[in-house]
Design a protein around this ligand. Sequence first.
Ligand SMILES: Nc1nc2c(ncn2[C@@H]2O[C@H](COP(=O)(O)OP(=O)(O)OP(=O)(O)O)[C@@H](O)[C@H]2O)c(=O)[nH]1
Ligand SMILES: [Mg+2]
Length: 610
Amino acid sequence: MSRREDLRNVAIVAHVDHGKTTLVDAMLWQSGAFREGQDVADRVMDSGDLEREKGITILAKNTSVQLGDVKLNIIDTPGHADFGGEVERGLTMVDGVLLLVDASEGPLPQTRFVLRKALAARLPVILVINKVDRPDARIGEVVDEVYELFLELEADEEQIEFPIVYTNARDGWASLEEGVEGSDLKPLMDLVINHIPAPEHEPDHPFQAYVTNLDASPYVGRLALCRVHHGTIRQGQQVAWCRVDGSIENATITNLYITEALERVDAQEAGPGEIIAVAGMPEITIGETLADREDPRPLPAIEIDEPSLSVVIGVNTSPLAGKNGGDKLTARQIKQRLERELVGNVSIRVLDTDRPDAWEVQGRGELQLAVLVETMRREGFELTVGQPHVVTRQVKGRVHEPVERLTIDTPEEWVGSITQILANRKGRLENMTNHGTGWVRMDYLVPARGLIGFRTEFLTETRGSGVMSHVFDRWEPWAGQIRTRASGSLVADRPGQTASYALQNIEERGTLFVGPAEEVYEGMVVGENTRSQDLDVNAVKEKHLTNIRSSTSDIVVRLSPKREMSLDEALEHVGEDECVEVTPDVIRMRKVHLDKNDRVRAARRAAKAS
Ligand SMILES: Nc1nc2c(ncn2[C@@H]2O[C@H](COP(=O)(O)OP(=O)(O)OP(=O)(O)O)[C@@H](O)[C@H]2O)c(=O)[nH]1
Ligand SMILES: [Mg+2]
């Protein structure tokens, strides 16, 4: 085996918001990737529209910095559990990881997930304790918790001997000693070069590169992002393209790029260990291998975790379809768009349903599916999206369902009520730690089903102060019936424009999702009923006019502000017999069956079936 001592490939992995992208930013600045005074956005790697809006990373991206003679390729991965597929793929490109842990929050569910994957791939780990500047930092405890996590994940001795570095990514410094402030990130960069192994390759091995990601260029079309494992590739070269279906085709590398800081630059050739982007194969997809024409050796496909949640996405069937800004309304357009998504997004699946205008889309979680729907909505699609369901599978003849690991941080006073709610949702308390700060951390295993709609209830219960996160953990036998939402819906009983007077009466029943002068239709959910059953309401009734007509009487009506629901919230909220109408302008919740009689009939059928 030979080593490329002039190269290092590392991925940054962590729970959401622990500071990965901020650290990459600081590394880019300090390695001179930008000119002094250059206008660079904060967290420049989070370049997608939705990424900037939500303040989270959604797609893994690679960048590089030059440290003396060594080129360091860095893969910034998303920390949100729903995008775990991106992390799993990112890990196949690198020779080690920086495991980032927030100095106050400590290891959380996604920390466990990414560490488990890194250990399984036998990648060396550098522990980065970030945000050491936080006033509530508890560095010593957090380090202990990380050791415990390694033990729980059955790391062997070699793996447990990881170096630790303490950082303040926001101010851009690292230190090898706890409690000692550093001046720059050099200690971290040196550690990376010394501890992360240089890429290894066999000098006589025929060329082999593995496709782990896709991108598109307006000039050359589809780009395949690959890690070269062995051999060298040149611009214009003929290669064997080993496809996922097992076939092997000839292809020409029309363009070859490597990454320098944030730029993709033309390269004449690239050698073993390098991360490259190539063009020339419009249908290339993730998991394929580029190999030597004379001696093609495909690499085995990476196994990534199965989807655990599904939603049905179909054409907008509401009476207001086409009136809210959408220009992509047909089943054919939706189908083509979903097929396109499949190409670059290996952690989702699309299945046919018994309807020609709706498809079942499976993914890792509500946010991942919501991001897809949100992206489509911005492209001008109108859709009907059903309630999320868990994906089940048969194991030894028994139905199994996904179980999630849930971590909750909450002020002490709400522990009782949260325990109660999670017991109803079939959660099992695994561990409870009282930090002595008035806050308690609880670790649960809960069927994924039990978490649908939980976030809203949890936030209401803790007056918005609680923090929760969860990630897929295992498959377990079906846990039996779970009743998730305690409240019913307030359902409009006729179409028209909402009137303040009518809404004022309805408001006494619960919370409104609509304000005055909004278009509604029969079967649309206009609010949440405090009671558990649904209630049909007239939201368009005008005040009965008296003889003396007062034009101001309507204005005097004071309504509490309606509850605005984002797409993810709406998806969490809707019940079994409800769905979400998604258009570029508005998001509405509605009954699957809009007509009252149909609804009653469907409910009777459902009751009989269960
Ligand atoms: N106090 C403090 N805040 C930090 C530090 N590093 C990052 N942050 C803040 O933490 C927040 C999240 O930072 P990101 O870099 O987006 O975190 P991330 O890990 O990339 O998040 P995801 O990609 O969504 O998983 C931002 O508001 C940062 O400013 C730090 O060292 N100290
Ligand atoms: Mg990030």
